[in-house]
Design a protein around this ligand. Structure first.
Ligand SMILES: Cc1cc2nc3c(=O)[nH]c(=O)nc-3n(C[C@H](O)[C@H](O)[C@H](O)COP(=O)(O)O)c2cc1C
Length: 344
């Protein structure tokens, strides 16, 4: 069934229920072996962080927080999938409702609060999954852990996910966990990266293989903060940067229904701001750190804009809700066309 036919039905449901329903439907279609006929697996290999990605279009974190649906999602043609954010212990997240559509703006506001089944559950799924593409695992801290002790939660998750991940994302940019974004600045960031990176290097020695480490940042950053974060990425040899998470800004959506709900805004209104932030990072980083562009991609052109701004890979989330899985193929095709123009 085409997504445009399914969408009015999904949009008549509560957004979080629609999310769960869609994933269950996808899982059923996967088990019935229907997805392979519908969604092409387009190959557009790209090398990044020492790995080959079958194509540069990935699924952003937060859609499959527990890695429950990797095999089904993999059949939609993504070049890679990021699961999580996962925390050491399971947690309920914030009170419902906590996910809102801003239909007029093709946007979402969420304040989920890292609802997830905990890192042990995620690992059980990683052991079972058959997906052959790269899988990023996005890690965070439990809500009850004081932010001063955040490093312990990240390291707890890092140690457990290390052997299962193609890369590991340290998420310090969700607006829905109190004070989490404080970890993006000053001594807090330096201390966190020092502790995580020390453990990371030790894990690489213990396991005898290296899993790249990636930092995910918010779009709400001043130029001085961007400069500071770049310096830390270089100082601590961080392999990649994901830019960006959702925004706390409401510019352009204040007057829309749900526009003033608390939480992080994603989708079309974030696109330009997120790409501008991406460009500021890549201007400073000059290819020394791999950059994954995410935020407001809802067309092939917007995916290409992230690459033009310096990203090597892109990720999708809100655009999938509004446009459906065809956005994956559309993005891959547009990027393929962009690569051709670079070669000619
Ligand atoms: C409902 C929802 C839940 C999300 N949960 C997470 C999460 O757990 N961890 C994370 O790093 N990002 C999370 N994100 C942020 C997305 O991964 C992405 O960075 C952001 O939505 C911008 O991309 P988009 O405009 O394409 O949605 C979430 C986004 C949404 C809409």
């Amino acid at each position: 069934m085409s997504y445009s036919l399914l969408r009015p039905f999904l949009f008549s449901m509560d957004p979080e229920k629609a999310h769960e329903f869609t994933l269950e439907l996808l899982e059923k279609a996967h088990k019935a072996k229907l997805l392979g006929f519908v969604y092409a697996q387009q190959s557009l290999p790209v090398e990044c962080m020492g790995m080959v990605f079958n194509n540069p279009v990935g699924l952003a974190a937060g859609l499959d927080k527990n890695a429950d649906y990797i095999d089904a999602l993999g059949e939609l043609g993504f070049g890679f999938i990021e699961v999580g954010t996962v925390t050491p212990k399971p947690q309920e997240g914030n009170q419902k409702p906590r996910m809102f559509r801003l239909k007029e703006a093709n946007a979402i506001i969420n304040r989920m609060g890292f609802n997830n089944k905990g890192v042990d559950h995620l690992i059980r799924n990683m052991r079972k999954c058959k997906y052959k593409g790269n899988i990023g695992i996005n890690i965070g801290k439990n809500a009850i852990t004081p932010v001063e002790h955040a490093a312990a939660d990240y390291i707890y998750c890092l140690e457990r996910v290390y052997p299962y991940a193609s890369y590991i994302t340290v998420n310090i940019s969700s607006p829905n966990t109190k004070n989490l974004r404080d970890l993006q600045s000053g001594d807090a960031l330096r201390k966190l990266l020092f502790e995580i990176k020390s453990r990371h290097l030790q894990l690489a020695v213990d396991y005898g293989f290296y899993v790249p480490l990636v930092l995910k940042v918010a779009p709400d950053l001043e130029p001085e903060q961007i400069e500071f974060i770049c310096q830390q990425l270089l100082d601590f040899d961080i392999d990649g940067l994901i830019t960006t998470n959702t925004t706390i800004s409401r510019i352009g959506v204040e007057d829309l229904p749900n526009g003033n709900e608390a939480g992080g805004l994603s989708g079309r209104p974030v696109s330009h701001m997120s790409t501008m932030v991406l460009e500021q990072f890549t201007d400073i980083l000059e290819d020394k750190v791999a950059v994954i562009g995410v935020g407001g991609i809802d067309s092939g052109d917007k995916a290409v804009k992230k690459l033009q701004a310096g990203a090597s890979l892109v990720q999708l989330y809100s655009g999938l809700i509004y446009k459906g899985p065809s956005l994956v193929q559309e993005s891959i095709q547009a990027i393929g066309g962009y690569y051709d123009t670079l070669e000619s």
